[in-house]
Ligand binder design. Structure first.
Ligand code: CMP
Length: 138
């Protein structure tokens, strides 16, 4: 079993898509091991996306991520990281496969509805960024 961090980003929360996204996550066989809603600060978003700090979109991305509440979750499944990334679809919804969450719910490359960790090391960092061990069910 593997764990990954999933975020329902502020665009999808604002449009009341959280319930449908969570329903899809559960229908695809992921177990939700932790979940909370939070409104990131600019500093909190910059820390989370620190790996992208040299990118031209960093300021816009972190502004967007603190523009409203988001839902953060720990998902568990066999091969959770790749399976969640497949279910999300491509970063740019214009390139996402039919039926993926980004194809169904994302607006564009920045306001793209959901986030998922891209590797085991990033998943470990990202899960610990939002949750302590007492907040994750066994
Ligand atoms: P996410 O999976 O959260 O990880 C980094 C985010 O940066 C990504 O989703 C996109 O929302 C965003 N991103 C990546 N490339 C671009 C880009 N070229 N322009 C704007 N945002 C981008």
């Amino acid at each position: 079993m593997e764990r990954t961090l999933a975020i329902i980003k502020p665009d999808a929360v604002a449009k009341s898509h959280s319930g449908r996204i969570i329903e899809r996550i559960e229908a695809e066989g992921f177990k939700i091991k932790a979940i909370k809603m939070l409104h990131l600060t600019k500093q909190g978003a910059e820390g989370f996306y620190a790996v992208h700090k040299e990118r031209p979109f960093f300021n816009d991305l972190t502004d967007f991520m603190c523009s409203g509440p988001a839902v953060v979750m720990v998902l568990e499944a066999d091969q959770a990281i790749i399976r969640w990334r497949t279910l999300m679809g491509a970063t740019d919804p214009a390139e996402a496969t039919e039926g993926t969450i980004r194809k169904n719910f994302a607006e564009n490359k920045e306001r793209n509805a959901v986030h998922g960790s891209d590797a085991p090391e990033t998943a470990a960092f990202e899960i610990s960024y939002y949750f302590n061990s007492l907040e994750i069910v066994g």
